[in-house]
Design a binder for this molecule. Structure first.
Ligand SMILES: [Zn+2]
Length: 316
């Protein structure tokens, strides 16, 4: 094991310590002289192993980077200024917003929403325009500063661990709608975070969670080469696991949105050709035969836009 990695003892969903290895990529799977790799292994030549709980089926990374070393995996650039109206006009949340409009009903005039890992607060900004008293929490203080400078309101610095402080600060006790887009797969203890959030919800309140779909055609077809397998992603959920997870928390899944199979099929040919090229390139570049400009490790790694979004409703 790499010194920056540690073993995950038990399953986050069921507590079992029985796991089997699904994929193992040895250190140097993408050679550093040939590839830029930081979300893959933190540029540390660490191995990546994806396991599955024998008892409940949860898929996760084990070992994984220690919390204090996670910064190595998150080196993306922060914008200096965001053109708020431009971003609002070209956001990609339409399917998510349609889902919320159809399935999230609230008796209150302006229900509180809280977006976890909100980055610059774009989703809360859009939800505000739909009538929510919308807030977001973002871990990276640089993003929070940029959000404030760019006119986004209610972007609070912190994590779910700071939730009590944030709720005190905004003078609210209840969150009618929790949103997480592309966040749950990065968490170190998603069950604990969801549980902490659920403490601020009442019967009939909702969580809307969007994540990469481990039950997708993309993952089934491409296995260890799937675009979304890398060190930033600690947990991989499918519909069955999300239903189990939320049942455990006292919620029912009331709606599920996935990419339609037709949409997958139309791009499959192109994705397949790029993928085969990617495999050939990796052998050639890893061998050191060619000292070209470094490639991005994920270039040509296949995805069929394998995303799942669920609406979970708290039981009475
Ligand atoms: Zn389990």
């Amino acid at each position: 094991m790499h010194p920056y990695q540690e073993s995950v003892g038990t399953c986050n969903a069921c507590g079992s310590n029985q796991q089997r290895v699904r994929h193992h990529m040895p250190a140097g799977f993408y050679a550093h002289h040939a590839y830029t790799t930081y979300p893959w292994d933190g540029a540390q030549q660490a191995s990546l192993t994806i396991v599955q709980c024998v008892d409940c089926g949860l898929i996760f990374q084990n070992p994984r980077f220690k919390a204090e070393q996670l910064g190595l995996l998150y080196t993306d650039r922060v914008e200096e200024h965001i053109d708020k109206e431009k971003e609002v006009s070209r956001h990609k949340f339409k399917p998510l917003l349609d889902l919320i409009q159809q399935h999230v009903k609230s008796a209150e005039a302006s229900p509180v929403s809280m977006d976890i890992g909100t980055r610059y607060g774009l989703l809360p900004e859009v939800l505000r325009r739909m009538g929510f008293d919308a807030h977001g929490i973002e871990y990276n203080p640089l993003c929070v500063d940029v959000a404030a400078r760019s006119g986004f309101v209610n972007v609070h610095q912190g994590t779910v661990d700071n939730l009590h402080a944030v709720m005190n600060q905004i003078g609210k006790e209840r969150i009618q709608l929790v949103t997480m887009t592309d966040v749950i797969e990065h968490l170190l203890d998603p069950m604990a975070d969801l549980r902490a959030l659920s403490m601020f919800q009442q019967a009939g309140d909702h969580m809307v969670i969007q994540t990469v779909d481990a039950g997708s055609w993309g993952y089934r077809l491409f296995g260890k080469w799937w675009y979304h397998l890398h060190a930033q992603h600690t947990y991989y959920f499918d519909e069955t696991m999300l239903r189990r997870y939320f049942h455990e928390l006292g919620y029912d899944i009331t709606a599920v949105l996935k990419v339609r199979r037709m949409n997958n099929l139309t791009i499959l040919g192109k994705v397949w050709r790029e993928f085969k090229q990617h495999q050939r390139d990796r052998i050639r570049l890893n061998s050191g035969a060619e000292q070209a400009k470094k490639k991005w490790f994920a270039e040509g790694r296949p995805t069929l836009f394998d995303i799942i979004t669920v609406v979970a409703r708290k039981r009475s």
